[in-house]
Design a protein around this ligand. Structure first.
Ligand code: GLA
Length: 421
């Protein structure tokens, strides 16, 4: 992360844009002279190469930050309120920062603003918010919303960076990720794991992050395979079930552990089984009957996905895209059949991609029930895939999806006193 000191040349274009948009809209709303100095924070969206629905069982994930950012620029104000403009929604939101909304039953801010509010609240609770009463700010970005590229995590981390730029605490990246995870849980009432926020904090150009979600140890693995591209296809499916079913899956993982732990401890005195991370396929073979059909399937997904993720990381280290692709395909089967978080549109897009020449592997990505798929594709065959998806996906689903070729990047940062002139 940059810490606010480097020169203007290292400011990403999106951060510059946020400063310009802020100067424009703040002038129109509040009047007064055009601000010459603003604070700005920014953070990227992410893809996840493999390791899905494993983070909250303290397993392994392999995300990578991408070249699409959310940036927020603004300055301190005298009242205990935030006035925030979203360029995407072309809308202002105003909310209190001192918690008075909760007491007064005031109208809730729009969903996008709640991520900013929730992040600020977590920073305040942690004693990491800047010593200012309030602020005004503008948000811009090019992380598509609802496509499973974690635009909300990018917004949360960008908000935390913005707070740092305004004089807030200079927290470690993983401390920022944890605060933002808590903000997401509060803002969206989904008990998410740490993957998205960690990726938004830890990303590096051209690298994926093998994150151990128990120890939070991160290993960077070069992920730009020669001749291959990471491609996302947004299925344009609203993921209505995502929040409720996500919480159900998480509870099922916990229920499986609650049933297995005593039996495994009885079989091996002293053995501690805290999460599905501690369970093996051999355990499921001997004690799976304790779980019943549904919980056994859920547990099997997590246990096998952890194994696949470690094998995929190994394949990536040696530049073996073919093996990586096969593991992606197997991940999709497991997410679809055992974890039951896919849907017709995700399956259709994955099947079309897998049947296309030059696609080494494809699977659904993220929480599921909509959002995107990810595929590993030969660059020379990108057009072939684009054409087939453009024709076959609408025919099978009556929806129009969108193909996004992702460049791996990892720009996260904060800048104080930017001259926006
Ligand atoms: C969402 C959550 C993550 C993770 C994925 C599934 O993106 O925010 O924490 O659980 O789903 O892998």
């Amino acid at each position: 992360m940059t810490d606010g000191k480097p020169g203007p040349e290292s400011l990403p274009a999106m951060a510059q844009r946020a400063a310009e948009v802020y100067a424009e809209v703040a002038g129109a709303r509040f009047g007064g002279p055009r601000p010459t100095s603003v604070a700005v924070g920014w953070a990227p969206g992410r893809i996840n190469l493999i390791g899905e629905h494993t983070d909250y069982s303290e397993g392994f994930v392999l995300p990578a930050a991408i070249d699409r950012l959310v940036a927020i620029a603004g300055r301190a104000g005298d009242e205990p309120v935030a006035s925030v403009y979203s360029a995407h929604h072309d809308e202002w939101a105003r909310f209190r920062l001192d918690g008075a909304d909760d007491a007064g039953g005031a109208e809730k801010p729009p969903a996008w603003a709640r991520y900013v509010q929730a992040t600020w609240r977590q920073l305040t609770l942690a004693g990491a918010a800047p010593p200012i009463p309030g602020f005004s700010a503008a948000i811009v970005g090019d992380v598509p919303l609802g496509a499973g590229l974690s635009s909300s995590a990018a917004l949360e981390v960008a908000t935390a960076m913005f707070a740092r730029a305004l004089g807030g605490a200079d927290l470690e990246p993983l401390a920022v990720a944890r605060l933002c995870q808590q903000a997401e849980q509060a803002g969206a009432t989904v008990r998410v794991g740490i993957m998205d926020q960690a990726a938004a904090c830890l990303g590096r150009p051209q690298h994926a992050i093998l994150l151990d979600c128990r120890s939070l140890a991160a290993e960077y693995i070069a992920a730009n395979l020669p001749g291959l591209a990471w491609v996302v296809f947004d299925t344009a499916t609203p993921h209505e079930l995502a929040a409720s079913e996500y919480n159900v899956r998480r509870a099922q993982c916990e229920a499986a552990v609650a049933r297995l732990a005593p039996a495994l401890a009885a079989a091996t005195p002293g053995r501690v089984v805290a999460t599905l991370r501690d369970v093996t396929m051999a355990d499921l073979a001997t004690h799976g009957a304790l779980l019943g059909e549904t919980l056994l399937r859920r547990a099997r997904h997590v246990v096998t996905e952890d194994e696949r993720t470690l094998r995929a990381a190994e394949a990536l280290r040696r530049g073996d895209g073919v093996t990586f692709g096969r593991l992606m395909n197997a991940s999709h089967v497991s997410l679809r059949d055992d974890f039951a978080v896919s849907c017709l549109e995700l399956d259709a897009a994955v099947e079309i991609a897998q049947a296309t020449r030059g696609t080494l592997g494809a699977r659904m990505m993220g929480g599921g029930f909509g959002g995107s798929i990810i595929a590993l594709v030969e660059r020379d065959e990108l057009e072939t895939l684009a054409t087939r998806l453009a024709v076959e996906y609408p025919a099978r689903t009556t929806r129009q999806g969108q193909l996004i070729v992702c460049a791996l990047d990892g720009q996260t940062g904060a800048r104080r006193a930017l001259d926006s002139a």
